[in-house]
Design a protein around this ligand. Structure first.
Ligand code: COA
Length: 369
């Protein structure tokens, strides 16, 4: 597929649109249509190439992803050498950073190379997450299955059994919905790194490091920890009241941009209900609803996308400390698209700090201080 990009300015982007009124679109296509009709593979094509793919282009993307899934042996060895208590987001960040050293063309920033490299990184992120999870549990990693689609293979590599159709669909919808979101913190961080003409691995490493933050992507793990701590519906009021009294934020609520409900939440809420019902975790969904009702009625805050995705990933079998890596695996598509857009723009992002400190201070000699 040929890409077409006219010159955007430093803060302009043509990749996704988001506004306070709850609108989100990828390359102009509404998130509602994407959630209802699309797949993650199609979403990658849309974000990277600017257009929905033809049947042939979609098949090409599927084939490329499956061809790139294996990790370099050195990266597997590196993951295996990390302490067993290593944090999965740190492992993903480290693996992506190391990946640069296994790419003989690391410095080649031509668009065609970047696209190929980016697709490779999207594929390999899932293998990194599952490989680490097996190795830390003293198990052999499960080899990717080239016949499977992206979401199906991700679950297969995690659990070693072919997922049921509903499981693949549930994960796929999440991957579609998390794939991009304007100039959020991790995407912006990635663009800053790319704007300095660093390489794609450096920019993705920056992005993963930023997403780990607990008020950014790290919130989904915090949501799950909170639900597991609350345990029962009757404990919700006490937990929330205490958190408010102590000035603690409730993970999975509030948003910097949206002043209405996040448009992705309705889909995630319904997928969460289905996934929890099917896996014997119905109580977790009921608990989530109770938390949502309480936080909404007491503070007028809406859940964000991390709130219901947490229980979906948990119900699908992702360990609690890997939840943010699942978000990262999806957001890889958006990051790659933004990094390439920034490379094409080739303009350093260097904001002027709003200096509010002292001026004209005398230099006092050491012995006189
Ligand atoms: N729990 C409790 N109160 C919250 C809240 C939450 N999750 N999110 C926002 N608020 C409150 C703030 O305390 C503040 O109240 P105040 O005006 O009485 O001081 C008000 O709402 C505005 O919050 P603010 O922190 O200024 O909003 P923001 O736009 O800077 O922050 C987030 C947005 C996402 C950082 C914030 O909502 C948050 O930390 N949420 C929890 C973490 C999370 O889910 N992150 C994922 C985001 S997609």
């Amino acid at each position: 597929m040929k890409r077409k990009l006219e010159e955007p300015s430093e803060t302009e982007t043509r990749i996704s649109f988001v506004d306070s009124g709850g609108h989100l679109s990828y390359r102009g296509v509404s998130i509602h249509d994407m959630a209802k009709h699309s797949t993650y593979e199609e979403t990658i094509c849309l974000l990277l190439y600017g257009k929905l793919p033809t049947r042939t282009q979609l098949l090409e993307m599927r084939n490329k992803l499956s061809a790139h899934r294996r990790l370099p042996a050195g990266v597997v060895a590196l993951i295996g050498s990390l302490p067993h208590f290593a944090v999965p987001m740190d492992v993903l960040r480290t693996a992506i950073s190391a990946m640069a050293m296994f790419d003989p063309n690391e410095k080649d920033n031509r668009i065609e190379t970047l696209l190929e490299r980016g697709i490779g990184q999207i594929a390999q992120a899932t293998t990194t997450v599952t490989t680490h999870n097996h190795l830390r549990n003293s198990r052999l990693p499960i080899e990717p299955d080239p016949e499977m689609g992206h979401a199906e293979n991700f679950l297969y590599m995690l659990r070693g059994r072919e997922p049921e159709a509903w499981e693949t669909k549930a994960l796929d919808v999440c991957l579609v919905l998390h794939a991009d979101h304007g100039l959020n913190a991790s995407t912006f961080a990635a663009r800053v790194t790319a704007s300095a003409r660093a390489d794609m691995y450096a920019a993705l490493t920056t992005a993963v490091g930023t997403l780990k933050g607990t008020i950014h992507g790290g919130a989904n793990q915090k949501v799950m920890e909170m639900l597991l701590q609350i345990k029962e519906e009757r404990m919700v009021d006490r937990y929330i009241d205490e958190a408010f009294r102590e000035g603690r934020k409730i993970p999975g609520f509030g948003h910097r941009i949206y002043k209405v409900e996040d448009p992705r939440v309705a889909y995630l809420r319904s997928v969460s209900k289905d996934a929890c019902d099917r896996t014997g975790h119905a109580y977790l969904f009921d608990l989530s609803r109770k938390v949502e009702d309480t936080v909404c009625s007491e503070k007028g805050l809406f859940p964000n996308m991390d709130f219901y995705s947490a229980t979906i990933y948990y119900a699908l079998g992702f360990p609690v400390d890997t939840l943010t890596t699942v978000f990262a695996c999806s957001r890889m598509a958006g990051w790659v698209a933004h990094i390439i857009e920034q490379f094409e723009l080739d303009s350093l992002i260097r904001p002027m700090g709003d200096y509010v400190g002292l001026l004209n201070q005398p230099y006092v000699a050491l012995e006189d201080r």
